[in-house]
Design a protein around this ligand. Structure first.
Ligand SMILES: Cc1ncc(COP(=O)(O)O)c(C=O)c1O
Length: 367
């Protein structure tokens, strides 16, 4: 099956074999060395000297960890949202009692730097800015480095959802001075869902000392203290940590620069392929994501029907739209274990499925 959704992503057989290993004592030396290896690999991937916590949780659990460990109820938060996952980050902060101001931008657009600067300039009480690096619901990558520079000037924390970018698109935690950064195993890491990775800067740990939002399972300090002993506070997803060991070996052997370049090539192919079929892309081309491409469904084509034809007749699975974009777009995932041939195969399948869904592609799928 050509699984072209933006996560969970296909896993290499070597990773799947590692996840099928027999259990070990999660307080013993074997698991300790696996956790240590994954922890150091994550630091390299995040390009940080900060702690990178390994939690048994999905990406949302990582976002919740970022919020509850740095903030107190009543704290003012600026939530920059360019789509569904930006909205979710804002909702988490609201749920725990933060005073959230949402700065939302239209679907397909990146966040506007001047608007962020203005919002922070108007309110010096903002304690933290929440921002999505790569908005999976629209296929847009925010200019995170520039956003971070603005946030830094206004002396607020920057909490980043890098769930669908980290490991596939450069995200330089220390050079960009990012405070809390979250990713999830089922995206570019080529591992099944179930682990969240969360880096904390010294500034974030300082905020943690006075942060009063309630937390127990997601207490980052407990995770940090355990990680120092190559353990986790609670029983971890042992199998996924074994999978991560192998996945990191593979990604590091390829070389991070090559991994990023491969994602760029696959994304270029997805965008060009869809456009060659006469389809329109949702994302502003200047900020189009290298991990997911959102495509407007052509007039008269039912997205569910198109996805069904792709799945049943061409063994190809693409994502649908989320929220307001449900029924209007479909999304092609190209992250993790993905090569040009996989993307081309998806475009070829699309070229054949579209006429069956009521749309005649304007050109052949291959250029
Ligand atoms: C940008 C982004 N943020 C957050 C999440 C939520 O992660 P999860 O579904 O693992 O909880 C996702 C997952 O699709 C995502 O793509």
């Amino acid at each position: 099956m050509n699984l072209r959704i933006p996560g969970p992503t296909p896993c290499p057989p070597e990773v799947l074999a590692a996840t099928a290993r027999e259990m070990v004592d999660h307080r013993g030396p074997e698991f300790g060395s696996a956790l240590k290896r994954v922890s150091s690999g994550l630091k390299e991937a995040f390009r940080t000297a900060n702690d990178v916590l390994i939690l048994t949780a999905s990406g949302t659990g990582g976002l919740e960890t970022a919020v509850v460990n740095t903030l107190s109820p009543g704290d003012e938060v600026l939530a920059v949202s360019i789509g569904n996952f930006g909205d979710r980050f804002a909702s988490i902060a609201k749920t725990y009692g933060a005073d959230v101001t949402k700065l939302a931008f239209p679907a397909g657009q990146a966040a506007d730097l001047a608007a962020i600067d203005e919002a922070l300039g108007k309110n010096s009480r903002v304690k933290a800015v929440l921002v999505t690096h790569n908005e999976t619901s629209t296929g847009v990558t925010n200019p995170l480095q520039q956003i971070a520079e603005i946030v830094r000037r206004h002396d607020a924390l920057i909490l980043v959802d890098a769930v669908s970018s980290m490991s596939s698109i450069p995200c330089d935690v220390d050079a960009w001075d990012l405070d809390v950064v979250v990713s999830g195993s089922q995206k570019g890491w080529m591992v099944p869902p179930g682990l969240a990775f969360v880096s904390f800067s010294p500034r974030a740990w300082q905020a943690n000392e006075s942060a009063r939002m309630p937390r127990f399972y997601l207490d980052a300090r407990k995770a940090k203290e355990s990680l120092e002993k190559n353990q986790t506070p609670w029983t971890p997803a042992v199998s996924l940590v074994f999978g991560m060991e192998v996945a990191l070996d593979m990604l590091e052997a390829e070389g991070w620069a090559n991994v990023y370049a491969r994602h760029q090539r696959c994304a270029d192919l997805a965008r060009q392929g869809a456009q060659r079929l006469g389809l329109k892309l949702l994302a502003d081309p200047a900020f189009a994501s290298n991990t997911v491409t959102a495509v407007w469904s052509p007039e008269g084509v039912n997205v569910s029907e198109l996805r069904k034809i792709l799945r049943e007749q061409y063994d190809t699975v693409v994502g649908g739209g989320q929220g307001d974009l449900t029924g209007k777009i479909f999304r092609i995932g190209h992250l993790g274990l993905v090569h040009e041939a996989d993307v081309q195969a998806a475009i070829d399948a699309l070229a054949q499925a579209l006429p069956k869904a009521g749309y005649a592609p304007v050109a052949a799928a291959r250029g």
